[in-house]
Design a protein around this ligand. Structure first.
Ligand code: PGA
Length: 332
């Protein structure tokens, strides 16, 4: 009898827990132990052995729960199409915008807020096709007198190696062309890994030391590769700790070939901040657009935390804002 009551009691409390989970959705950002945010994937990796949020996780079916919360909040329509703007996954906020231009404006809003809070802060920039609408918007707002970059220091994520700064495919060139030449950031406070350095290993150490000696990144902007890379941290067996000299995977070479005359011309090596360098930023802002990024956004945000999907590390960061268009968000 006693045993049966116990079982019944347990069932009742589990039912209550499930109801609470459904009512409060993702608000179980338990901060024990060691201040880590608890995510479903973190549990499944076994990284935490005990936590008061465990009952939530036991009953937590990622897919159905996310869908339920999103429908309840009006983010998904009944047909599962995204009709609204903000998905709150606890430490990660996902904004879904209906156009590439709107994505750029939202990302610029987030950047502008961080800049207003730290006008002499250190900001991390990124290259690639995705940030261009955001950069266009930052330039427009600067020209309209709404933004002032005169106090900031910048660090870019990565650079091909070897490459001349004058090469129009270098990230140095890209940043000058698409942002730095059009705003008032002082040129002596712009930092990129040097693709002209004689020794890539020494250059990696120099760059890491420079990032670490700075006041710390207020915000790091990221794109994401179709293979889940952030910066040039490609899928691997382990996360990288510091800026390093690395080889590009074939899929990255193919993805970047669109900027070159042919895939043969894409450099096969690069200098890149490490995952840890990136994770030390106070805030992460990731942008992605297009259907090609849909599956990897799902894997990065909702899948296991694994260096095979480098961006999945962001699930463990305390403050991540992600701006997607509806296509890139379509698998969430
Ligand atoms: P993309 O690149 O913005 O050109 O898609 C992103 C990346 O590879 O990080």
């Amino acid at each position: 009898m006693r045993k049966k009551r116990l079982v019944e009691g347990t069932d009742k409390s589990f039912v209550l827990v499930v109801l609470a989970a459904l009512i409060f959705g993702f608000s179980f950002t338990n901060t024990e132990p060691e201040g880590l945010f608890v995510t479903p994937s973190l549990y499944r990796t076994g990284a935490l052995e005990s936590n008061h949020a465990l009952p939530f996780i036991l009953f937590y079916n990622k897919w159905s729960c996310i869908r339920l919360v999103l429908v309840r909040r009006g983010v998904f329509s009944e047909r599962g199409i995204i009709v609204s703007k903000v998905i709150n996954l606890g430490n990660v906020t996902v904004y879904v915008e209906d156009s590439y231009e709107a994505l750029g404006a939202r990302a610029a809003d987030i950047f502008a807020e961080a800049l207003a809070a730290a006008p002499t802060g250190v900001f991390g920039f990124a290259t690639g096709g995705t940030p261009l609408s955001m950069y266009g918007e930052l330039i427009r707002r600067y020209k309209a007198g709404a933004l002032d970059f005169s106090g900031i220091t910048t660090f870019n994520l990565d650079e091909y190696y070897p490459i001349l700064k004058s090469n129009d495919q270098s990230y140095d060139y890209f940043m000058r062309e698409n942002l730095f030449n059009h705003i008032n950031v002082p040129t002596d406070r712009i930092n990129l890994p040097n693709g002209e350095a004689p020794d890539p290993e020494i250059e990696s150490r120099r760059y890491e030391a420079a990032v670490r000696a700075s006041a710390g990144l207020e915000l790091q902007l990221l794109g994401i590769g179709e293979n889940g890379h952030i910066a040039f941290n490609e899928p691997a067996d382990a996360y990288t700790n510091a800026t390093n000299y690395t080889s590009l995977t074939e899929s990255t070479v193919q993805a970047n070939a669109r900027f070159f005359a042919s895939a043969d011309e894409v450099p096969k090596h690069a200098l890149t901040m490490g995952i840890k360098t990136i994770m030390l930023a106070k805030k992460i802002l990731l942008v992605a657009n297009g259907a090609k990024k849909a599956e990897i956004m799902r894997d990065a945000l909702l899948g296991d935390i694994t260096p095979r999907v480098p961006a999945s590390a962001l699930q463990l960061h305390r403050d991540v804002e992600i701006v997607l268009d509806a296509e890139a968000a379509s698998a969430l």
